[in-house]
Design a protein around this ligand. Structure first.
Ligand SMILES: *Cc1c(COP(=O)(O)O)cnc(C)c1O
Length: 223
């Protein structure tokens, strides 16, 4: 994948998002793009920053700590989303580096994030991750508990929860999972919905996503 291909891919993804939004009679900018740069080194990410894109997703705190401080020196307004599971003992590091944490899914982590935010005086936006397929190996709150959990995080811990996030089971048709995620966010009064990846981001935009997370459609396959 050359730099030129990556930028062409970025533009194609954005165009397809706008088309999907129009088809659903949503505004063209209804959903924003988080470019998922996990596994790719800084020299692959830099051209996307140079092209003007600012929102990126990483799934590991340690990997992001290795790449992003240097990139942020050149691009201080780069906006980082944590989209992979977060261990409680990494909450302090995550709060220090990330602007959005999309994987809030349990009480212990909520308490650790609240404490880390108070200490750091830095308050990244949070998404509650919902395990819509109720998969044992996947993080996320069961759908039946998601609204109660989001309300508890906001009311009891005063956490800046702004949305819900989901990763549908790979083998399922994604639309029902997207519909459920959007419905739960609305029930909790949360404006943001993070859903849709390279294979299905257009469907997600049609179904109410405000954030899609796209990696391989831009960077090519991960190694
Ligand atoms: C890797 C990942 C993505 C991006 O997946 P692609 O299929 O490469 O677009 C999106 N969301 C999460 C949570 C991921 O881990």
């Amino acid at each position: 994948m050359t730099k030129i291909d990556m930028i062409e891919n970025l533009e194609a993804v954005k165009a397809r998002m706008a088309k999907a939004a129009a088809e659903a009679e949503r505004p063209a900018d209804a959903a924003s793009l988080t470019v998922v740069s996990k596994t790719f080194p800084a020299d692959r990410i830099e051209p996307v920053l140079a092209a003007g894109h600012r929102a990126f997703g990483e799934n590991r705190v340690q990997e992001a700590q290795g790449k992003w401080p240097a990139l942020k020196e050149t691009y201080p307004d780069a906006h980082l989303h944590l989209i992979g599971s977060l261990q409680t003992n990494k909450a302090v590091d995550a709060v220090a580096l990330f602007d959005v944490i999309e994987v809030l899914d349990r009480e212990k982590l909520a308490r650790a994030l609240a404490k880390a935010m108070d200490t750091a005086d830095r308050r990244p936006d949070l998404f509650v991750q919902v395990n819509t397929g109720e998969e044992a190996q996947k993080g996320g709150v069961p759908p039946g508990e998601a609204v109660t959990f989001a309300n508890w995080c906001k009311d009891e811990l005063n956490l800046p929860v702004i949305g819900m996030m989901a990763i549908p089971p790979a083998e399922d048709v994604p639309a029902p999972h997207f519909a459920l995620t959007a419905k739960l966010a609305a029930e909790a009064g949360l404006p943001e919905v993070s859903m849709g990846m390279s294979g299905d981001y257009d469907v997600a935009v049609q179904m109410g996503a405000t954030h899609v997370r796209v990696g391989s459609a831009i960077f090519g396959a991960r190694g």
